[in-house]
Design a protein around this ligand. Structure first.
Ligand code: NAD
Length: 284
């Protein structure tokens, strides 16, 4: 992809705003679509706040110049002329399937790519509802998008090599990130390895084997991890951790992916980690 290409993003939440930001900072023209005016306003504020943080750290020269390249809209029709559209809406298969059907009708450029930032929904399910499954793939960013370098590229069995190569060029040559190629399997590479590790930490604590603090200290001081599995679960959100574990279990039926009862009870109790103020640890 060349600078000046037209990128579309659907959803301006945590991930969509980040994807719009890094695309605009790379010089691309970006249209973001949200589901309502209130959500669009919130998305724009999120973008502005993130860009101001980047400016204060010397990573962005002019917030205004970057913002000029981003339009936040509320109608999908605004994406008609886009050459790459990345979907970052709620992690719900039925809602994403409906969106891909609509994008397929609206986005008219014959070689335009339709991508999903999903963490766990099979790309094939989204590709087959369009008339162009060869131009549908997963482009899975990591949170926070402006900071973390990795992007997982996930072609389905029907995705063409040209589409994968165009997506790789977008991610690496334009955004300056690193990509890894993953098969269309729940969890891709990173979550398929990370989630069972976190679940093992939870099981270890649940069985009384060791305390949360000692498990985390063990991994930080003994294996040079930046944080232990329970602190990491709190950061990701225990609801999100459980949802991804359920997708992995559904796909592979391996006990190591099954959410432990303690995780389920904590989610039922609203103990979701940092975002709710309490998980395995308490936060102010
Ligand atoms: P979020 O809830 O912060 O944002 C989703 C946004 O989509 C909301 O602002 C919502 O208003 C909007 N939206 C919902 N339906 C819409 C529609 N039909 N049209 C337009 N906008 C719509 O969620 P998020 O954390 O940004 O996650 C988005 C996607 O990214 C999910 O598929 C998730 O699995 C994936 N993901 C999340 C993370 C993470 O750490 N949060 C990491 C990688 C991938």
């Amino acid at each position: 992809m060349e600078p000046g290409q037209k990128v579309g993003v659907v959803g301006c939440g945590l991930m969509g705003a980040g994807i719009a930001e890094v695309s605009a900072r790379a010089g691309l023209d970006v249209v973001v679509v949200e589901s309502s005016q209130a959500a669009a306003d919130a998305g724009r504020s999120r973008l502005e706040a993130s860009l101001k943080r980047a400016e204060s750290r010397g990573k962005v020269d002019s917030v205004d110049e970057v913002l000029q390249r981003i339009r936040v809209e509320t109608e999908l029709d605004a994406l008609a002329d886009r050459t790459l559209v990345i979907e970052a809406i709620v992690e719900d298969e039925a809602v994403k399937v409906d969106l891909f059907k609509r994008l397929d009708e609206i986005v008219t450029a014959p070689d335009a790519i339709l991508a999903s930032n999903t963490s766990s929904i099979p790309i094939m399910k989204l590709g087959v509802v369009t008339s162009r499954p060869q131009q549908v793939l997963g482009i899975h960013f990591f949170n926070p998008v402006p900071v973390l370098k990795l992007v997982e590229l996930v072609p389905s069995l029907l995705t063409s090599e040209t589409t994968t190569e165009t997506a790789r060029s977008f991610v690496e040559d334009l955004l300056g990130k690193r990509s890894i190629l993953c098969q269309d399997r729940a969890g891709f590479v990173v979550n398929a390895l990370l989630v069972p590790f976190i679940l093992s930490g939870i099981r270890m604590m649940e069985s009384g084997f060791a305390s949360a603090e000692d498990i985390d200290q063990g991994l930080v001081l003994g294996a040079a991890h930046p944080q232990g599995p329970l602190a990491l679960a709190d950061l990701i959100g225990l609801d999100t951790t459980k949802a991804v574990a359920e997708s992995l279990y559904e796909e592979f039926k391996e006990p190591l992916y099954a959410p432990p009862p303690l995780l389920a009870r904590m989610v039922d109790a609203g103990l979701l980690g940092r975002k709710s103020g309490r998980g395995f640890y308490t936060y102010d």
